[in-house]
Design a protein around this ligand. Structure first.
Ligand code: LIP
Length: 282
């Protein structure tokens, strides 16, 4: 087992244990049991507990690696950096809803090397490592073959970090293209749905590294087209994000004004050998 395979193995085990911890702390439906860090930016008891759990156990397993969490920031430096969102979709989690996940990503040399998204309330675990394919519950996943947005489903992420006008503009354009519009409150889960072929694009005018680090690896291994999130200071300041099925990537890039590197667009290709279930999940 090589270094990346070993890290995926550990990330899978820890993300599932962290998911169980989060489930034990999930508030019941009703008023949000949480505090507000800023407008619609929630913090629950689980965010802190899950991040502390992952920071501690990742440091034990890989002391040479760095760590960055949504709640504690860039705690440790390292050539490889674990990037964790303890609860992505906190606004859903705080209300006892199910569309949220524990996101564990590993970045290095300016790229997303592996990612695990554990969504225990949905019974789903997404995983991928560079060159190893992407899976949902151990089964290989692939971006959709959709070629026409009028047959598609597109999620537009929203947050008060940016004015509402760009969100309204994007939502209007998505509907004008004939696509079904979604806004589910978890960027990581929306990106995972694109990787799994359950949606055809996810777009948001600003999102943070910890929300997307794991999903970027899963999207890449699932053959989805993605914007260059990690470039242009994305690691520090966040960036816009666009992820799409290859056949609608050009249309989404034109609609959103978020470029996608040309090599990733075009008709769906079932590239032979491009999907392998990593040993950790076989
Ligand atoms: C959320 C993201 C979502 C964004 C929300 C929030 P959190 O992450 O997944 O895409 O629109 O504002 O940032 O806060 O639930 O970890």
């Amino acid at each position: 087992m090589n270094a990346l395979e070993r890290r995926l193995d550990v990330a899978l085990q820890l993300a599932e244990r962290a998911g169980a911890l989060a489930m034990s702390l999930r508030p019941p439906p009703g008023a949000a049991v949480a505090t507000l860090k800023s407008a619609q930016d929630w913090l629950t008891e689980a965010d802190g507990a899950v991040e502390a759990f992952l920071s501690r156990h990742l440091a034990e397993a890989f002391p040479e690696d760095g760590f960055q969490g949504e709640e504690t920031g860039s705690g440790r430096a390292g050539a490889l950096r674990w990037v964790v969102d303890p609860i992505d979709g906190t606004s859903n989690f705080a209300r006892g809803a199910s569309r949220w996940c524990v996101s564990v990503g590993l970045v290095g040399d300016g790229e997303a090397l592996l990612g695990v998204l554990a969504a225990p309330a949905l019974g789903e675990v997404f995983a991928a490592r560079k060159g190893g394919g992407a899976t949902l519950n151990g089964v290989a996943i692939r971006a959709a073959r959709t070629q026409d947005l009028a047959r598609g489903i597109v999620e537009v992420g929203w947050s008060p970090r940016r004015p509402n006008a760009p969100f309204h503009d994007l939502a209007q354009k998505v509907m004008a293209a004939g696509a079904m519009l979604r806004a589910g409150g978890s960027g990581a889960m929306g990106l995972a749905d694109v990787a799994a072929g359950r949606m055809d694009a996810y777009v948001e005018v600003h999102i943070n590294l910890w929300d997307v680090a794991a999903a970027l690896a899963i999207l890449s291994e699932a053959g989805a087209a993605t914007s260059d999130f990690l470039g242009r200071n994305g690691m520090l300041d966040g960036n816009p994000i666009l992820a799409a099925a290859p056949g609608v990537a050009d249309a989404m890039a034109e609609m959103s004004g978020i470029p996608i590197p040309a090599r990733q667009t075009g008709p769906f290709t079932d590239a032979p050998g491009s999907i392998r279930v990593s040993p950790a999940q076989s």
